[in-house]
Design a protein around this ligand. Sequence first.
Ligand code: SF4
Length: 127
Amino acid sequence: MDYDKVVTTTAWSPGPGCHGGCGVKLFIKDGKVVKVEGDESHPFSQGRACPRLLALTQYMYHPDRITHPLKRVGERGEGKFERITWEEALDTIETKLGKIKEEYGPESVLFCQGTGRDIGGPISFLA
Ligand code: SF4
């Protein structure tokens, strides 16, 4: 396996979206992760790597992975969307939430999350 560098991290939100904190070695080539292994120096996982972790590059670079905001352009359920900018997406959300707040009051919107992962910070700002 040809690579430029190895980055060690843990499999919390930088990993496959889990929160067990397994030690991970990411093999990088030209700025892309080309291989993943368990980190044998990690005190908890000691080099072990589950299938979910080993499949990391498959879903990082899957051609169907959504990496930008999409706006529905057809009828609901029709499956028609167009790509929009992050600015347009955030402006749309801000406008709609503002309208709901104005019409029904701020307590009419509930923000909640499950085990956390990577949305804890952003959801606090949104709320
Ligand atoms: S065992 Fe796999 S899914 Fe669980 S925390 Fe470790 S890397 Fe993530």
